[in-house]
Design a protein around this ligand. Structure first.
Ligand code: NAD
Length: 484
């Protein structure tokens, strides 16, 4: 059986890459090779940039309501293809079908939010800044933008950006993760069939060579990156060197504080979803539990009991609650962290290593894992595991919890579970994290709010989604007017 090399989408056409290097796209539940991703060359990437540049001049002159009408059509087409899009996502990424559906709901919500651009892109003015002189701000598009996307949300992440970019009159290039290109291929097939004008939206597959060409080109103006902090920092520096705007949404280690006054049952249910949803491969996944005072013992027991009940398997199959890790490498990394936790002296209450799904012996499965007696200096307490592992640290009070949170370099999300309004208010006031949850396990902002993040979890100032995205993709021009 021949496995197809996925194509780039440049200037409104599907183009075979000339790349000699490819990466296998593997179904992580079965081990089956689904396709290959070409590591596109700089020349191929430049062809996409040139098409996007040529399209920009006519696209920015297209009336704003016409631009968003295209977004509406794409939105409707995604809705019509909802089931197929969700299935492709599960096949290439491994998350359960319900999780894929959830991802596509948020994908569509981002497009819906961007259809408000006729309002969101409005400038402002002041009359008579001096006698007979008026001043205004207009928000103009800049040119060709691009995103560099991660493997964990291959359907949704590019839509934090491109609907806002093209809605405001820019043109756009998506660079998907080479591990999971098929969701974007499917989306671009749908968009292609709608007949969007050539060059407005393009896609180039690949790795560093394509990304470097996008950054170095004199014809691109800005980058949205979502991925690890390590790679994000490299690219943030590089975009600065080339004088581009950029927004970098990086890695995470999200601390969840559980107070003794919380509702235990509801808290446990939220925590299980937070740590095990998408097999722990979310930038907003729970990273560590800080169990305050005497909630520690009942909470730990309930978490172990709840974890044991989770059904692990192929996400397309009925009743499965947690899929595999998205890659063999991901699985090995998570197992490495569990080994390290044991070695560093944490108490392993539930061990997900060696998890077997008999019908799928080649899948990259790791079962739910719970560690107690974790200390802040252990690697499982400090680093992003990106897998279904719950490390529990027992702390005496809220101050100790916040001290531990602030000692960690990341600041993507943090939650507190409590029935005290005072504690909740103090938490949201003091904790340095971009997304704060009060009795919420996964603090995922809807499309009208910025997808926030602080400290090492974010570089830049404007985030993805909502008004932040509109501001990122536009430039404020001041006009001062006097008529003689
Ligand atoms: P990654 O950093 O390995 O890759 C992200 C993208 O960068 C991919 O498209 C990849 O091809 C590209 N890339 C990798 N190395 C590169 C290089 N040297 N030069 C140029 N491009 C390069 O990240 P990943 O493993 O795909 O994604 C997981 C990470 O993403 C986790 O850390 C997770 O927390 C983070 N993430 C963050 C958010 C957020 O909003 N903060 C959202 C989703 C995922």
């Amino acid at each position: 059986m021949t496995v197809e090399v996925v194509k780039n989408y440049i200037n409104g056409k599907w183009v075979e890459s000339k790349a000699t290097e490819t990466q296998d796209v593997v179904n992580p539940a079965t081990g089956e090779i689904l396709a290959k991703t070409p590591m596109s060359t700089a020349d191929e990437t430049i062809a996409a940039i040139e098409a996007a540049k040529a399209a920009f001049e006519r696209w920015r002159r297209t009336p704003v309501f016409t631009r968003v009408r295209h977004l509406n059509r794409i939105r409707d087409a995604f809705e019509e293809n909802f089931d197929e899009l969700s299935e492709v996502l599960t096949m290439e990424q491994g998350k359960c079908l319900d999780e894929s559906r959830g991802e596509y709901r948020r994908t569509i919500e981002n497009i819906e939010c961007a259809t408000a651009i006729p309002s969101l892109q409005m400038g402002y003015n002041t009359e008579d800044i001096a006698a007979g002189i008026d001043e205004m701000v207009i928000k103009q598009p800049l040119g060709v933008f691009f995103c560099v996307a991660p493997f964990n949300f291959p359907g949704m992440v590019p839509t934090w950006f491109w609907p806002f970019a093209i809605g405001t009159g820019n043109t756009y290039i998506v660079k998907p993760s080479p591990q999971v290109p098929l969701s974007q291929v499917k989306q671009f097939e749908i968009i292609h069939n709608l007949g969007l004008q050539r060059g407005i939206l393009s896609m180039v597959h690949g790795g560093p060579e394509a990304v470097n060409a996008l950054i170095e080109s004199p014809d691109t103006v800005g980058m949205s990156f979502v991925g690890s902090t390590h790679v994000g920092r490299l690219l943030y520096k590089k975009t600065a060197e080339y004088g581009k705007r950029s927004q970098v949404q990086g890695g995470a280690k999200n601390f969840i504080t559980v107070m003794p006054d919380t509702n235990l049952d509801r808290t446990v249910a939220a925590l299980l979803t937070s740590f095990y949803g998408c097999t722990g491969q979310r930038c907003l996944a729970g990273g560590v539990i800080l169990a305050v005072g005497d909630i520690h013992e009942p909470l730990t027991e309930a978490l172990v009991e709840g974890s044991k009940k989770l059904k692990v398997g192929y996400g397309l199959e009925e009743g499965v609650q947690m899929g595999p890790l998205a890659s063999k490498r991901g699985m090995e990394t998570v197992i490495g962290y569990i080994d390290a936790g044991v070695k560093e002296g944490a108490e392993l209450l539930l061990d997900g290593r060696g998890c077997k799904v008999p019908e799928h012996p080649n899948g990259f499965f790791v079962g739910p894992t719970v560690f107690d007696k974790v200390t802040p200096s252990m690697s499982i307490a400090r680093e992003e595991i990106f897998g279904p592992v719950i490390p529990i640290i027992h702390v005496k009070d809220l101050d100790e919890a916040i001290e531990i949170i602030h000692a960690n370099p990341y600041g993507n999300a943090s939650s507190v579970f409590t029935s005290s309004g005072k504690t909740a208010r103090e938490y949201q006031y003091r904790v340095k994290a971009g997304n704060i949850g009060i009795n919420i396990g996964v603090v995922a902002p809807i499309a009208t709010f910025p997808f926030s993040g602080m400290k090492d979890s974010f570089m830049g100032d404007l985030h993805g989604q909502g008004q932040d995205a509109v501001d990122f993709f536009t430039e404020n021009k001041v006009v001062i007017t006097r008529w003689f």
